[in-house]
Design a protein around this ligand. Structure first.
Ligand code: URA
Ligand code: SF4
Length: 205
């Protein structure tokens, strides 16, 4: 039970902290209400020795169906940015602040809904455990939800993006979410800024 008496992922953490144990425990998490309507928990993926940990918001529609993080349109932007910033895929652990898809139904369409502050908090023990096990050198914070989860409510991505800031034993570098690149009126400019931040993350490592 979390300190305030609400349920959270803390109730479902395994005794043994390694990635396999965490992943199987998270598959049964009922730490907030999001498990009810989503297809499955989408846990982080990547090598335990990764120097980079990338943290997004939550799985989207494709991720929810396939069970892997960043496999939809946002993932394609991310993969392109990583390749162009010279960050190797096998040096990257990818995860999300919230591990279940949150959506509202519009007819048959599932419309992504931002996770609430309570859901971000409830899911935080998984992210903390991933950080403890992977112990990355650089944490790339993708967008406002991940920034809120890792850097606090006062942090503003727009103001401080691309600047390494201490996060435990690691350095965090924030940037916009790859979905925001896709939604931007000037996509090329948004992508260029995103890439510049990933290059700053590469230098910080
Ligand atoms: N957006 C995210 O924040 N994470 C994903 O895994 C996919 C889309
Ligand atoms: Fe557990 Fe996080 Fe899923 Fe909520 S979103 S049920 S806390 S894994």
């Amino acid at each position: 039970m979390a300190k305030d008496g609400n349920t959270s992922a803390a109730d479902f953490l395994p005794d043994r902290l390694d990635l396999d144990a965490l992943r199987s425990a998270a598959a049964c998490c009922e730490g907030c209400g999001l498990y009810r309507n989503a297809t499955q928990t989408v846990f982080g993926e990547g090598p335990r020795q990764a120097r980079f940990m990338l943290v997004g918001e939550q799985p989207g529609d494709q991720e929810d169906r396939q069970g892997h993080p960043f496999v939809g349109p946002a993932g394609r932007v991310l993969d392109k940015g990583l390749a162009e910033a010279g960050i190797a895929r096998d040096d990257v652990y990818v995860t999300n602040a919230v591990k279940h898809f949150s959506f509202t139904l519009r007819g048959k369409r599932r419309i992504h809904q931002k996770p609430t502050a309570a859901e971000i908090e409830a899911c935080h023990p998984w992210l903390d455990a991933e950080l403890a096990v992977v112990a990355p050198r650089v944490v790339v914070v993708l967008g406002a939800t991940a920034a809120r989860a890792l850097l606090g409510r006062e942090f503003r991505v727009t103001r401080s993006r691309g600047e390494p800031v201490p996060l435990g034993d690691a350095l965090a570098v924030a940037t916009i979410h790859p979905s925001a690149v896709l939604r931007a009126p000037d996509r090329d400019a948004a992508y260029a800024g995103f890439l510049a931040d990933l290059q700053a993350a590469a230098r910080a490592a």
